[in-house]
Design a protein around this ligand. Structure first.
Ligand SMILES: *[C@@H]1O[C@H](CO)[C@@H](O)[C@H](O)[C@H]1NC(C)=O
Ligand SMILES: *[C@@H]1O[C@H](CO)[C@@H](O)[C@H](O)[C@H]1NC(C)=O
Ligand SMILES: *[C@@H]1O[C@H](CO)[C@@H](O)[C@H](O)[C@H]1NC(C)=O
Ligand SMILES: *[C@@H]1O[C@H](CO)[C@@H](O)[C@H](O)[C@H]1NC(C)=O
Length: 410
């Protein structure tokens, strides 16, 4: 019997990208995945990359045939595309995001680690290189400590040393035949940065009404802003949407904030791909006072559980049809992991900001104020195509660590 492991990992910094996949594809995948995570992680932070999931699943799909492939296409939302067209989209998408001329840094790397002597179909390998620019590494999974080291080294190098210790030796044994890895790294600066001396300690009220102290960044500037109604009368039923662009304005972070008294959970059921598009269409550039926590979010997702919930099940069972990958009839996917990390700070990027203590008063409101001092929903999207690259929510920003990142324990 053979096992196949899949790791999909993503590291990003203050983030974003641009894209060409049909919008609704990744938007639906994003929202469905979010809802799944929401159901299993009540009151927890959520953060993941739909892009990374789509790339990892794309590599798997190349190896699938018959009903296994059909199920993947359907669940990923590719039914309306011509057969195989999704691979060109994913390739274009990666090329465009990682384009050298952009004002952010984006690195996308894919790799196949395969057991020495295990036969992989030549055509699969060629397509993996053509569409995903994947590297092929031969390893011996029975030396599980050495393999884990090697994969971790690869991941570390391809994430600018941000992510360490992704896999552990116990993930592999003599039955492991191959592992596919996607690594993603992003770093971008805000178009309008926050001044570190304006950051100060502020209370953040969690949905259970307990308060914690967090570093709150502040600036007044031109952003895309809108107010929307959730259709209820609770606290006026109004919620705010703020879009903060990164340098170059191709990518932005969109924040969705309910009124202080209203738990985020009352907004979440409204979130649909079409609503996200409506937010994007409706926000208007205007002066806004922004209070945004400096925060990090990290999450490890059992992607197998998510994919199954999305309807991708056959690839995980013994009669998975992966005949495009290998003639071996025995191969199926045993694990799928997704990890993601985000840090938002004053620059929009890595630099550790010293917190000056300049007081900020909640003075008379000249402009709309967005005070992100309670749980919020956010996404990072391409302003050109609307494609969602990252999606998450922050329930407890106390997981924030200002002293750099140590992924040793991830
Ligand atoms: C896999 O799918 C292909 C294409 O539909 C089919 O020809 C083949 O018989 C299937 N193989 C298995 C083992 O199910
Ligand atoms: C990823 O890391 C490996 C190992 O260090 C390196 O050989 C490879 O060139 C990197 N890939 C990319 C796309 O940077
Ligand atoms: C990391 O990858 C780069 C290519 O992307 C390569 O030049 C470098 O040697 C690699 N470093 C290590 C430690 O493997
Ligand atoms: C923050 O960093 C400190 C020291 O590096 C560590 O002890 C602590 O566990 C970290 N907190 C979180 C929530 O990661």
């Amino acid at each position: 019997m053979a096992f196949l492991g899949l790791f999909c990992l993503l590291v990003l910094h203050s983030v974003a990208l641009g894209a060409v996949l049909p919008d609704e594809t990744l938007a639906d995948l994003s929202v469905n995945t979010y809802n799944r995570l929401r159901a299993t992680a009540e009151d927890e932070n959520i953060f993941f990359s739909p892009l990374s999931i789509a790339l990892a699943m794309g590599m798997m799909e190349l190896g699938a045939q018959g009903s296994t492939q059909k199920e993947i296409r359907h669940s990923m939302g590719y039914d309306s595309l011509k057969s195989g067209e999704e691979f060109s989209f994913l390739e274009d998408f990666s090329n465009m995001l990682a384009a050298k001329e952009s004002q952010y840094v984006m690195k996308i790397a894919n790799s196949l680690f395969v057991q020495n002597g295990f036969h992989i179909n030549e055509e699969f390998l060629q397509m993996l290189k053509k569409y995903f620019h994947a590297e092929v590494n031969h390893v011996d999974f029975s030396h599980n400590v050495a393999v884990a080291d090697r994969i971790n080294q690869w991941v570390e190098n391809n994430t600018s040393n941000m992510l360490k210790g992704l896999v552990s030796p116990r993930d592999f044994d003599a039955t492991t035949h191959l592992v596919l890895v996607n690594a993603l790294y992003f770093k971008g600066n805000w178009k309008s940065q926050f001044r570190p001396e304006n950051t100060r300690t502020f209370s953040f009220t969690k949905d259970d009404e307990s308060e914690i102290q967090i570093p709150m960044m502040y600036q007044q500037g031109e952003f895309y802003y809108g107010e929307f109604s959730d259709g209820s009368n609770e606290a006026g039923g109004i919620y705010q949407v703020l879009e903060i662009p990164y340098e170059g304005e191709d990518l932005s972070m969109m924040l969705v904030l309910s009124r202080q008294e209203v738990p985020l959970a009352t907004l979440e059921p409204l979130v649909k791909a079409q609503l996200i598009e409506e937010w994007a269409r409706s926000v208007k550039k205007q002066k806004v006072e922004v209070y945004l926590p400096r925060f990090t979010v990290e999450q490890e997702v059992d992607l197998k559980d998510v994919l199954k919930a999305l309807g991708i099940t056959e690839i995980f069972i013994k009669n998975a049809n992966l005949t495009a990958l290998s003639d071996s009839k025995e191969i199926f996917l045993s694990k799928a992991i997704h990890k993601a990390f985000l840090e938002v700070n004053e620059e929009g990027s890595e630099a550790a900001a010293a917190s000056g203590m300049i007081a900020i008063s909640r003075m008379a409101v000249l402009y709309p104020q967005v005070i992100v001092d309670h749980p919020f929903f956010f996404l990072i999207r391409s302003r050109r195509t609307g494609t969602i690259l990252f999606l998450g929510r922050v329930m407890h920003p106390e997981t924030l660590n200002t002293s750099g990142h140590d992924f040793e324990e991830l």
